[in-house]
Write a protein that binds this ligand. Sequence first.
Ligand SMILES: C[S@@+](CC[C@H](N)C(=O)[O-])C[C@H]1O[C@@H](n2cnc3c(N)ncnc32)[C@H](O)[C@@H]1O
Length: 488
Amino acid sequence: MTLAKSILEHSIPLLDCGEKIRFLDPAFGTGVFYSALLNATGSDSILSAQGFEVDPCYGEAAKELWKETLLNLKILDFTKLSPPKRQSDCFNLIICNPPYVRHHHIESEEKINLRYLSSKACESKISGLAGLYCHFLCLSHPWMQRGGVAAWLIPSEFMDVNYGKAIKQYLLQKVTLIQIHRFDYEDTKFDDALVSSAVVWIRNSLPPPNHKVLFTFGESMHSPNMSRLVNLPCLKDEPKWTRFPSLGIREKAENHCLSDLFEIKRGIATGDNKFFILTKEKTEHYSLPDEFLRPILPSPRYILANEIQADQEGLPILEHQLFLLDCRIPEEVIRAKYPSLWKYLKSGKGTTSERYLCRTRKTWYFQEKRLPAPIICTYLGRKKGGNERAFRFILNSSKAVAPNVYLLLYPRDTLKYYLSRDPNQIRRIWEILNALEPTSILEEGRVYGGGLHKIEPKELGNVNATRIVNAIPSYAKISKETQHSLFE
Ligand SMILES: C[S@@+](CC[C@H](N)C(=O)[O-])C[C@H]1O[C@@H](n2cnc3c(N)ncnc32)[C@H](O)[C@@H]1O
């Protein structure tokens, strides 16, 4: 059964029995949903059918294809249209797979306009980071008949990320969120392999008392592998909706989280790794002064073990030894005192110096200040199955700093204090981190199509750290307030 057919077969029964259909697809393409509608109901049940398509190639082809039917297809940009003024001109069945254009590919003026119109249409403040699919969803709201139903085939990203908050607020407050079906990410529904998809069903009416939303997951929406009903108030409090249906409602215990113990930062973004990160041979070839070279870790694929040991000088014992050119003195001083470094920097002028990060710095070659972190974490990875982990915590005993393919965990003052008394505790903590239930970390991050997981510093900070706190008895005994007062 095709996806469009399944979506239509799932949506039509949500309408009142015998209700004539007023169909709208605002991103019509060639009309797979319209085709599925005709197959599912026959034209007798359809009162009207409206489509919008911005691309004349698709639009003309679709017009030709459906010319014998009652379809009214307009080759127009849906986002620029005014919704119908009268209820009787609105639609009771909107089915759409909107264009998925990321926010940074939307022209800034257009984005301002879209944000204004979408926020007004759904009465929720839409973020500048929202993709075009979010605007389609919001802008369609005034096109829906009261009590009408819509099904949106969209990326599931909104369920977990910050820009999704306003969309979720709309789904919870302005309409009745009926169901969200998420497809198995192994089975991505979009050509773009980085997108995992969901179908969201809504009804244009306020949610009835005690309403529960059905979350389903699996290849088929008719017989999902998993399903769970979740109360609206729980959804309001839960920032990560992709935990449903496989996981339940989060316990609200007074737990510790990783950000209580660690300050979590992203590794160094050099602006041009090829220029600023060099092998030992290259630093010698260019005679770069040692005082401006800091050891830096290579990417995780070169770090096979989860522990980095150090030699007597603190250099990481690794096959791939790399150095960051980290010089924070002005050009005039470099020119006068360090001719070889001056020559090297000159070779990056006009190329590296013009790259985005470099040209927006005070001085193009100044690097971010970061100290070596005792624990680092890979933040992008695939979980290939079983108990395999998408993210690895690596114990770093060297004085190497880390690039931005890692998150860096710096102990906060209280933890630092305990570690100064018993340096072995850091190993203990690292062991616990790597033994945490993988889902307890994954559920804080986000997942893209093809099973690519990603976790941001703030999200890693939300991971429950109660096991760590309980494993350090002297730490656990002291309440949070007392911990702070130790250093005041
Ligand atoms: C993901 S495709 C959906 C395809 C469609 N379901 C079909 O049957 O072919 C999105 C469609 O929206 C169209 N589109 C993009 N921006 C649009 C806009 N602003 N207004 C109307 N259509 C738009 C694209 O040209 C594309 O055909």
